[in-house]
Design a protein around this ligand. Structure first.
Ligand code: IVH
Length: 687
């Protein structure tokens, strides 16, 4: 097979591969790009095309793998070569001194220490052989972890090909994390989509790393700092030196210039580093939960050895979660887009963990009752791993004599409808979906948001203004707005800092802009329209899958529970939610009016066909493939004129089987006499 590939193509692939790896490194590790994003994309597209044309040339470490695509059915369990231990903790100068004295007693002499940040993420072990990334394994139980290589390849700051002078074989460990800004942006999007918010960057990073669709992982912008090199006959003699070497091989290691890593000979030096970062940690773009102190010399590492749980040559110093006391002025309630009620503590403003806090979440009625939180209490507010501060306790001794327990509201603060609380759920809900203003406005805001219809010239303040003037009460009304209705329209703009509310009005230019934005929305592809409808639990990815599978709003609105369940990523909860949405007359009206306004309600174009080699053939795709993701192999079939179906029947022409195809599918194919073909047989068919 390989002999069919022109030398020219081979050379081009290796040239592009090397260039893209280098530019990736310059951008993500060095922060010093030499070419523009567009130039990078052009090269990447060229490499992608060549790899598609000559699948034999595709390398598992190709720069094209950075965007993901591989689907992992289940993560393979791998035994760690060196167990992944943890660190013992310390919380005070005394604890650190005690540790240092124990070491001095055991090995004697003056000891050099290295201090580093303790990244609050997920530990990972990366294995490299002959300068190439081989495998990335999670910690697991410390002895056996899971192979998450396809996901690791999407993390741009992890090199797939190393620069010169690296050992032939070694392991390097570090922490994968989600930068705080990425986490906040992600949650903002989830909020707009009415999805449950993630608790903190650490859990989100952990969840992301275990996602089965590496394309989704690629979008998350995970990052990684390395802090521990392991192997036989390493060229370094100390930890600090090993970090410098790792940097020269192309890894992102803690920067000494930024004081992310430092050396000292004294406890004072250690404590100074700790004090500096305890204060400064909020200015970092990622979360840390302490500092790690390590003995520098590798010879001493050998001498000190490990206990069953942790190395003796290192210790973690954990920061305390910052807590402050302040007065709880008032408990108010927020109504979300889905009608969920969140009680909010309005506080006397106080400085905490880098920001001024005025509000904190009280979660739900149970939490208020459990802590017996009352208005006018002095409360303890904490900012731990979570971004949103929380009230963690009450100073009962400082309570006013005539204070009474807080009574949770029974009616919606916005529309006065009696609240409901579903069996087993902690949250109260306002059931008045169609008449409760924040729910209506929230749905329209979601509809116009960037990832949904992306309507330019329209923001949440304008939506509120239009709603208050009764010009809109649902998304479809937007498309009936006229110039005359809009010009001069007054709306309020709140100033975050001063809390002041200012009046604005729409002028000529903004009106034209808004109308143009609405016109442009007619070009938005169906999959995003489906997402924009705001069906509960139908996020961006699910909307895409459902749109692709069923192709039109008519098909989706009439689909049975079972048909919906067959779609990738659609479980019982989502299927039921789609059915519920379309069973409501109001929603059917919105869809009809949007359709009448010219909004796309079906997939158009679809996959461009490049040949009709597979015309008349129906394929069922199952398992994991080497050269394709599951989506891309389906696209490939369609682009050659074939059809893809979700389940095997007597009408199926072929079952295209990758690795790990389920035994029940295989049996069904055999029973029905449907031919099973492999990925390479498929490639031959379309050649
Ligand atoms: S060294 C034998 N250095 O903290 C373990 N660990 O609580 C040697 N961590 O499992 C690890 N930042 O996941 C080391 N600069 C750092 C670290 C670090 C975060 C994590 C690591 C470890 C956990 C222990």
């Amino acid at each position: 097979m390989t002999s069919n590939i022109p030398t020219e193509a081979k050379e081009k692939v290796s040239f592009l591969t090397a260039a893209l790896h280098r530019h990736n490194y310059l951008y993500y590790v060095e922060n010093k790009p030499e070419i523009s994003d567009t130039e990078f994309d052009v090269m990447l597209k060229e490499l992608e095309a060549l790899e598609l044309q000559f699948p034999e040339l595709a390398d598992p470490n190709s720069p094209t793998k950075r965007v993901g695509g591989d689907i992992t059915d289940k993560f393979e369990k791998v035994t760690h070569i060196y167990p992944m231990l943890s660190l013992s903790n310390s919380y005070s100068r005394e604890d650190v001194t005690e540790w240092a004295e124990r070491i001095a007693k055991s090995v004697g002499g003056e000891i050099e220490y290295v201090m580093e940040l303790k990244y609050d993420g997920v530990a990972i072990s990366l294995i490299y052989e002959n300068g190439k990334f081989v495998r990335g394994i999670t910690r697991g139980d410390g002895t056996v972890g899971e192979d998450v290589s396809a996901n690791i390849r999407t993390i741009r700051s992890i090199p797939l090909h190393l620069k010169a002078n690296h050992p032939d074989k070694f392991e390097i460990r570090g922490e994968i994390f989600l930068p705080r800004a990425v986490f906040l942006a992600l949650n903002k999007e989830r909020e707009l989509a009415g999805e449950e918010l993630y608790a903190n960057p650490r859990n989100t990073a952990a969840g992301t790393l275990k996602q089965q669709d590496s394309k989704e992982v690629a979008k998350r912008k995970l990052d990684c700092y390395l802090y521990y090199v392991l192997g036989e006959n390493l060229p370094a003699r100390s930890h600090f030196e090993s970090m410098e070497m790792a940097a020269s091989w192309g890894f992102k290691v803690p920067s000494a210039a930024m004081r992310y890593i430092e050396k000292t000979n004294s406890i004072d030096g250690i404590m100074a580093f700790i004090a500096f970062w305890d204060k400064q940690r909020h200015a970092l773009p990622f979360d840390i939960d302490g500092v790690v102190i390590k003995v520098n010399s590798f010879a001493l590492w050998d001498e000190l050895g490990m206990t069953a749980k942790s190395p003796r040559w290192a210790i973690a110093y954990k920061f305390k979660a910052e807590t402050v006391k302040t007065k709880l002025l008032k408990i108010t309630y927020q109504v979300g887009r889905t009608g969920a009620i969140t009680p909010v503590a309005n506080l006397e403003p106080i400085f905490l963990a880098g920001t001024t806090v005025k509000r904190a979440s009280l979660h739900n009625a149970d939490q208020i009752e459990k802590l017996d939180i009352r208005e006018n209490d002095v409360v303890l507010v904490e900012k731990g791993g979570e971004i949103i501060p929380k009230v963690v306790g009450v100073e009962v001794s400082q309570r006013e004599i005539f204070s009474t327990p807080h009574v949770y509201i029974q009616n919606c603060p916005e529309c006065n409808t009696p609240l409901i609380r579903k069996e087993g759920e902690a949250q109260h809900y306002c059931p008045n979906e169609d008449g409760c203003p924040p729910q209506i406005k929230g749905r329209i805001e979601h509809f116009i948001s960037r990832k949904a219809m992306n309507i330019e010239g329209l923001g949440s303040e304008t939506v509120a203004g239009l709603f208050d003037k009764k010009l809109i009460s649902k998304s479809a009304d937007l498309f009936k707005l006229t110039y005359d209705q809009l010009i001069g329209l007054e709306f309020n703009v709140g100033d975050e800092l001063s809390g002041e509310i200012k009046k604005r009005s729409l002028q000529e230019k903004s009106v034209r802009n808004l109308l143009a934005g609405l016109e442009a929305a007619k070009q938005v592809p169906f999959e995003r329209v489906l997402f924009a409808l705001g069906i509960r639990f139908v996020g961006e990815t699910v909307a895409k899958k459902v749109a692709k599978a069923l192709k039109s709003i008519d098909a989706i609105s009439n689909a049975s529970f079972d048909t919906l369940r067959e779609i990738d990523e659609v479980g019982d909860k989502i299927a039921q939610s789609i059915i519920d949405y379309f069973s409501k007359e109001e929603n059917r009206t919105i869809v009809r009016e949007l359709q009448e306004a010219g909004i796309q309600m079906e997939m158009i174009g679809g996959v461009e066909t490049t040949s009709d080699t597979l015309k008349g053939q129906t394929f069922v795709v199952s398992g994991v493939f080497q050269h394709f993701s599951r989506d891309s192999i389906k696209e490939s079939i369609e682009s050659h004129g074939g059809k893809v179906s979700g389940s095997i029947s007597s009408k199926t022409s072929y079952v295209l089987a990758g690795d790990e195809m389920g035994p029940s599918k295989r049996k069904k194919a055999e029973d029905l006499g449907v031919k099973i073909i492999s990925e390479s047989e498929y490639l031959q068919m379309i050649q």
